[in-house]
Design a binder for this molecule. Structure first.
Ligand code: SF4
Length: 238
């Protein structure tokens, strides 16, 4: 999963000027926007490969500032070598590192994964805790990672704001905000509860494949009728 953004930066998409700020959506329009995405992908899923809450947690930690596809190339050998918290703790950072050398920040991630596995064994009976505070107390785990684990592993209606959702929230007017937390709170406030869990996936996948950072592909967007972006791109650029 791409990195968590830290500042409000709206991307350019090839024009000489910056895109204009979108009008914020009211809740009914936000629901319409999300339902248009939902109709296009009724059963969305994470693109990270995992087997259980522990391997999901490790995969999400590894995905910081790295694509899911890159993580999925590393995790089969890592999870085969250490499928449990005890196994991963025994492997330790030195044993984890050779499996993940192809992804960014691999040294810090190897240390964090070894340490979080040891903490799960020591403090949580080798289980992934279901409480946000306990998750965020694990090495390498912040609010975004905790939200993904709570959503995907435990079925909770959380909104993990990564760089794609942060961009979408601001670009479309869905939930403008200067910080990931502000965008998260805006989406949670406007999104009907029955849509919130899947909204996380709809928005990430939409940002990854259609409403892209450099050039949003509005000409093939299923939610264009409900989007407030003022510089929609009507045909492929270049
Ligand atoms: S219309 Fe364009 S800017 Fe709006 S959500 Fe679709 S791709 Fe993104």
């Amino acid at each position: 999963m791409p990195n968590t953004p830290t500042a409000a930066k709206l991307p350019r998409h090839g024009s000489a000027r910056a895109p204009r700020r979108a009008r914020a959506m009211a809740a009914p329009q936000a629901e319409r926007f999300l339902r248009l995405l939902a109709a296009n992908n009724p059963a969305p899923e994470t693109e990270l490969s995992y087997h259980d809450p522990f391997t999901l947690l490790v995969a999400v930690v590894l995905s910081a500032q790295t694509t899911d596809a890159a993580v999925n190339k590393c995790t089969p050998s890592l999870f085969a070598a250490a499928p449990t918290p005890a196994g991963m703790a025994a492997l330790g950072a030195e044993g984890i590192a050779p499996h993940i050398r192809r992804i960014g920040l691999w040294q810090a991630k190897a240390r964090n994964v070894g340490a979080l596995a040891a903490k799960l064994v020591a403090e949580h009976g080798a289980e992934v805790p279901r409480e946000r505070a306990a998750l965020e107390a694990l090495p390498g785990v912040g609010r975004k990672t905790a939200n993904v684990v709570l959503n995907v592993a435990f079925g909770e209606a959380t909104m993990a704001v990564d760089t794609h959702i942060f961009r979408l929230g601001n670009r479309t007017g869905l939930a403008p905000g200067r910080t990931p937390r502000a965008v998260e709170e805006g989406i949670v406030r406007k999104c009907p509860p029955d849509l919130l869990r899947d909204a996380h996936h709809w928005l990430i996948l939409h940002g990854r494949y259609v409403c892209k950072a450099r050039t949003p592909e509005c000409w093939r967007c299923p939610a264009t009728a409900a989007c407030n972006y003022r510089d929609k791109v009507s045909s492929p650029v270049g």
